[in-house]
Design a protein around this ligand. Structure first.
Ligand SMILES: Cc1cc2nc3c(=O)[nH]c(=O)nc-3n(C[C@H](O)[C@H](O)[C@H](O)COP(=O)(O)O)c2cc1C
Length: 169
C-alpha cells in the first residue's frame, strides 16, 4: 500500500480532534538518522499566504535537534490501532532506544525527510519560522506558566509550510 497526494483544500481535518485527541508524530531526519515523537499540541492555518502547520517542541526532546537541523519534517496521523505505538513514541526517547522498532513503525522516506508507512495521512512540511516561547509573552496571569513550565522548559514553536498532503491509498 502506498500514499497518494491530495489537494489540501479537499481535506476534512478537524485539528481539535486530529491533533488534540488522536495525536500525531513529528518526525525529522533521513535514511541515515531520524527521530520521531508524539505530539498533541499544534495547529494548522494560513500564514504569509501559505498553508502552514505549527508544532511546539520542548527544548529537551531529541526530536527537536532533528527539526532544528533539518529544512523538512513530517507530521503524520494514525488510526486508533496505533495508539500504543504513539504512546511509546511519546514516552521513550530516541536518545535511549530504537523506539520506532519498539513501536512497530516502518520508516517511509519522502522528499528528504521521514514518516511511517503505518500512517493514514502525512503532511510533508518545510520549516519557515522558529520562535522560542518565554514567560514574558504571556498576556494573562492565569497560571499557565506555573502549571506547564515548572521546569522553565518553554516550547520552541516551529511554523512550516505544508508542501504536500499524502493519504493512504
Ligand atoms: C499524547 C502526547 C502528546 C505529547 N505532545 C508533545 C508536544 O506537543 N510537544 C512536546 O514537546 N512533547 C510532547 N510529548 C512528549 C514527547 O512525545 C516525549 O517526551 C518523547 O518521548 C520525546 O521523544 P524524543 O526525546 O525521542 O524526541 C507528548 C507526549 C504524549 C504521550
Amino acid at each position: 500500500m502506498g500514499f497518494r497526494e491530495v489537494n489540501i483544500e479537499t481535506l476534512e481535518f478537524n485539528p481539535f480532534t486530529k491533533i488534540g485527541e488522536e495525536w500525531m508524530l513529528i518526525t525529522a531526519g533521513d535514511e541515515k538518522k531520524h527521530n520521531t515523537m508524539t505530539a498533541s499540541w499544534g495547529g494548522v492555518g494560513i500564514m504569509w499566504g501559505k498553508s502552514v502547520a505549527t508544532a511546539y517542541i520542548r527544548p529537551q526532546r531529541y526530536t527537536r535537534e532533528f527539526v532544528e537541523d533539518q529544512e523538512m519534517f513530517t507530521l503524520s496521523f494514525y488510526d486508533e490501532t496505533y495508539r500504543k505505538a504513539l504512546n511509546i513514541c511519546g514516552s521513550r526517547s530516541g536518545r535511549d532506544c530504537e523506539k520506532e522498532k519498539e513501536a512497530g513503525l516502518t520508516p517511509y522516506y519522502v522528499d528528504g525527510t521521514t514518516a511511517f508507512e503505518e500512517a493514514n495521512m502525512i503532511f510533508v512540511c518545510r520549516k519557515l519560522y522558529r520562535q522560542e516561547m518565554g514567560p514574558q509573552c504571556f498576556t494573562q496571569e492565569d497560571g499557565i506558566d506555573e502549571k506547564w513550565y515548572p521546569k522553565k522548559d518553554y516550547h520552541v514553536m516551529y511554523m512550516a509550510e505544508i508542501l504536500k498532503v499524502l493519504v493512504k491509498e
